[in-house]
Structure formats: C-alpha cells, structure tokens
Design a protein around this ligand. Structure first.
Ligand code: HAM
Length: 426
C-alpha cells in the first residue's frame, strides 16, 4: 500500500467514532455516571500511557494481554511505556501513589475511557476500545462483590440490556490456591502431549491459564474445579456472595472453569454475557476481587473488587437486537432557518442566533440555495420545524413556520415567533 493510502486510513483495528455514534457512547456514559453516583462512586482519570512494568506485574507475565497484546514505546529518556490495556492497574497505581486509603478507609472509584490491546481485529475485538469500570477499595465483604455485580447490571439494564447471563466462580486466595494449582498441574501434565503449544509453555509457570485456553477445552474434561478446593474463609465468602445475589434476585450461573484472563484476581471472578450468546467475544462486562494487588504493587494490604464493561460490545448488542440507540433518533425540537434571497440572509442569521441563545437547537446554511434543497437538507438533518424568510416575509414582518413532520405551514408575525414555537413544540 502506498503512503497516501496509509495516511488516510485509520491504523489497523482503530476506528473513528462518527457523529451519531458518538451520541450513543454519550448515552451509555451518561447512564453510567448517574448510576455510579447513586452507588457512591467518584470519577478518576488516569494516564493512557503507563510504565510497561506496571502491567507486567499487575496482569502477570504469562497472560495473553502482556505476552502478545501490548502497544509499547520508548520515551526520549529510554523508559519503556505502554498504552494501557485495561483500567485496574493504573487505578491501583494511582491509589498507592496518592495514598488514597489515608483519606478514607473506603474508596469507590469509576472511570471511562479508551483501552488498547494489539489483538487480531475482529467483531467485538478492537485495538482501541472504550471501557466503563469501577474499583472498590477497602471492603473485603462479599457485599462489595455483590454491589459491583449489581452496578454492572444496573448500567446494562439502563441502556436496554435486560436478558443477560451472569457467570460466577471463586478461584480462592493465596492460602488455598497453591494446593489447587498443584492438583491442576498434575492433571495437565497427564494431558501434556495434547495441549496447545501456548499451554505447554505456560503450565509450569501458571497452570490456571490453561483453563482460559480456547483451544484446549476438550482436553479439560474431568479437570479439578477450584470451587471444590477453597479454604474455609474463601468458601464462606463464595457462599455468602451467592446468598446476597439470590436475595437481590440476581440470577447467576456457577461456571467452575471461569478464571479470567488476568492474574490479579482472588476469590470472586465473574463475566456478564447477553443471554444465549456466550462466545469469547461476547462478554459485555467482567471483573472480580483482587485482594492482594495493592500490596503486590507496593501499597498497604487493602482488599478490592471491580468490573469493566466494553462500550462497543454493548452498542453492537443493542444494534443486533434492534434496540433504539440515539443514532437512529430524530432531533426532537430542532429548527431549520431557510433564507430565500440575499436580502433575507441578515434577518435569518439574526433569528438563528436568537433561537440558539434561547436554547433551541437551530441550523441554517444561508448560502443562497433553492428552497427545495434547503428543505431536503432540513429533512436529512431530522429537524422538526423550518422557518422560511423570503422577500414577502421581510416586507410583512412575518415568517413562514413549517412543521416538517405534519407537513403544514402558516405565516406568523415575527414578534410572536418564539411564543408560537414554544406552543407548537409541546
Ligand atoms: P477484561 O475482561 O479484560 O477485564 O475487559 C472487560 C470488558 O472489556 C470485556 O468484558 C469486554 O466487554 C471489553 N473488552 C475487552 N477487550 C476488548 C477488545 N479488544 N475489544 C472490545 N472490547 C473489549 C478488565 O479489563 C478488568 N480490568 C476488569 C476489572 C476491573 N476487574 C477488576 N476491576
């Protein structure tokens, strides 16, 4: 491909969010902000570029994200940075760096923004995608896990996703996981020759990753399940969470092999899918508890739990279901000002300015186009009213007010225009 073509194409896996679509993003973001505020979460904004070492340490060296999907670069000082592939590690770094736990024992944060993973681009897998997420620090109760799950479901429900499947598992803690991992490794070693090359390389360092492998599903029949090897405290946590969810009428499905693709999780892990659609590119949101990450990254011992939702995944799903998105909606009360002839341009511009100053969504081109083409334009923009100002209107000090939906029009004295618009738009 020559350089001109390259220059006018977005980078592989990156997408423009065009007007209309951007309104859909705003709709989800606005709904999320309202719900976060109800649940007591406050916004945090962390850098898109972070040290690579942060993610290697937090997500784990043997995860797909760190091994294969990082966008890395060197800054002028020779430091290796990367575009953040997810939000949790940066939020935890900021939590430690800014000693947020000293200000309050409970810290509830949310974030919205782009994440970057150099995956093979395909439907539901972008190289830049937008996440909405939350992180709740300082509460080791299963009630915090339940709240996090409820928060994700509330946001999904508020934008129209009502039929979902919540998959849940517990992967234990530093106390019980080593014994479980040893059992798992023993099982995987017996299957060694049949495992994919990726798993062969990883199982000694991190046997849990094999449970997340898309290629080795068939090799895993009869694999030991973490839920059967939990220590009493993890078991109690898991049982209590299930009770809390049931009491809040949140349906869940225990999926014993669910481990998630990131290494920082302890105890609870969960994923939310549209019901009946549980492929690896379908998860709308996912998360879990990470009680040791703050300490692992150099902070105090602070338990935490969180989730993140992929906005594009949610929008794709709403599109597929034919659920109305903002993009398809008309501009409810918008007014188009059509000027006929040079002499009416000034008056039209004045009315356009007054309309906007009074809070009306108003548009005009004022470039001597024919009335027909101005009407066509008003229609394509989804306007409700059109104000037409020509020679006659100027002489009589009136405007022609046309309702583009009802296809009716009448002359209205200039002085009554705003009162009339208000009345008509009710
Ligand atoms: P994750 O499962 O890697 O978790 O991502 C969360 C959500 O982001 C996924 O369920 C999906 O909707 C969306 N997503 C992930 N990768 C892509 C992609 N390449 N293209 C489009 N959408 C994508 C995390 O990121 C964790 N930080 C969640 C978390 C927060 N755990 C605790 N706190």
């Amino acid at each position: 491909m020559n350089s001109v073509e390259t220059m006018t194409q977005a980078a592989r896996g990156m997408h423009d969010i065009l007007p209309g679509k951007s309104a859909d993003y705003l709709k989800i973001e606005t709904a999320a902000r309202r719900i976060f505020s109800l649940f007591g979460y406050r916004e945090i904004r962390t850098p898109m570029l972070e040290p690579l070492s942060l993610f290697e340490r937090a997500l784990g060296q043997t995860t797909d994200v760190v091994e294969k999907e990082m966008f890395t670069l060197k800054d002028r000082g020779g430091r290796t940075l990367c575009l953040r592939p997810e939000g949790t590690a940066g939020v935890v770094r900021s939590f430690i760096e800014n000693s947020l736990w000293k200000k309050s024992p409970l810290v509830k944060l949310f974030y919205l923004g782009s994440m970057f993973r150099a995956e093979r681009p395909q439907k539901g897998r972008l190289r830049e995608f937008a996440q909405i997420g939350s992180e709740y620090f300082g509460n080791d109760s299963p009630a915090a896990d339940a709240e996090t799950i409820q928060l994700a479901l509330e946001i999904l429900g508020s934008v129209g996703v009502r039929a979902w499947e919540l998959q849940l598992n517990s992967i234990g803690c530093a106390e019980c996981r080593p014994q479980y991992q040893a059992l798992l490794l023993k099982f995987l070693r017996k299957q060694f020759t049949q495992l994919c090359s990726n798993c062969k390389n990883r199982i000694d360092k991190n046997p849990l990753r094999a449970l997340d492998c898309k290629l080795d599903r068939e090799q895993l029949a009869g694999v030991p399940e973490s839920q059967n090897h939990l220590c009493p405290r993890c078991r109690e946590h898991h049982e209590q969470l299930k009770k809390l969810l049931s009491s809040a009428r949140v349906a869940f499905k225990i999926v014993p092999h669910l481990v998630r693709g990131l290494d920082y999780y302890t105890r609870t892990v969960f994923e939310i899918y549209p019901s009946g659609k549980t492929g690896s590119q379908d998860a709308l949101a996912a998360g879990g508890r990470y009680d040791t990450l703050v300490q692992d990254l150099g902070g105090e011992k602070v338990p935490a739990v969180g989730f993140a939702m992929g906005i594009e995944r949610v929008l794709n799903f709403l599109d597929e279901q034919g659920i109305e998105t903002v993009e398809n909606k008309k501009r409810g009360q918008a007014v188009f000002v059509a000027a006929l002839g040079n002499d009416s341009i000034e008056k039209s511009f004045q009315i356009l300015s007054q309309l906007r100053a009074q809070g009306w969504e108003a548009e005009a081109v004022l470039n001597n186009q024919s009335l027909k083409s101005q009407m066509r334009l008003a229609d394509s923009l989804g306007m409700k009213f059109c104000i037409i100002i020509g020679e006659d209107e100027l002489k009589q000090n009136v405007v022609t007010l046309r309702d583009l939906n009802a296809q009716s029009q009448e002359k209205v004295p200039m002085a009554e225009l705003f009162a009339r618009l208000k009345k008509e738009s009710k």
